[in-house]
Design a protein around this ligand. Structure first.
Ligand SMILES: [Zn+2]
Length: 170
């Protein structure tokens, strides 16, 4: 790989902006391929790759660094202004991941999300943030479910017996 090292001497190389462009072009290509592909997004994706190659091989290191600085400033701004939204996405993701084992409730006082194990019947929840207490139903417990299942089976058996009795009479 010596030739590559020699080739890259005096050239800019990769940075955050190039990486961002590559990832973005892959996402665009992937998403549009789901919808059967699109010529415009394909061209945009090619243009991004072209720009990345141009930047990587560029000898104007000062200009490329400046571009990257502008990109990073913008990136930081976006990150700062999407904290709430990204938190929401994360919570919803966890909620989906834990949907079989946990339930999520919002504290009525401070609106903090609280995660509690599922199927424990009615439980008293203490908010970890403001210590407020509230009662929520987490779904039926295994014992409760078993009891109900038993009752259902008994009912079905009674019904079957009644039916058998009826048909026996005829
Ligand atoms: Zn609270």
């Amino acid at each position: 790989m010596n030739w590559l090292r020699n080739f890259m001497i005096g050239r800019y190389g990769t940075d955050s902006l190039s990486l961002f462009l590559l990832v973005l072009s892959i996402i665009i290509t992937f998403v549009t391929s789901i919808f059967g592909g699109n010529l415009i997004t394909l061209l945009i994706s090619y243009a991004m790759w072209g720009w990345v190659i141009f930047r990587t091989l560029s000898r104007n290191i000062a200009a490329r660094s400046k571009e990257n600085e502008v990109f990073l400033t913008g990136w930081r701004w976006v990150m700062d202004h999407t904290v709430g939204f990204r938190g929401w996405v994360k919570t919803e993701g966890n909620r989906f991941r834990d949907r079989k084992t946990h339930k999520y409730f919002r504290c009525p006082t401070c609106h903090q999300m609280v995660r509690v194990p599922k199927n424990k019947g009615k439980v008293r929840i203490i908010c970890p943030k403001c210590k407020n207490e509230f009662i929520r139903s987490t779904g039926k417990s295994a014992a409760q479910k078993a009891k109900e299942e038993q009752q259902r089976a008994e009912k079905a058996a009674q019904k079957a017996a009644k039916k058998a009795e009826k048909t026996g009479k005829h």
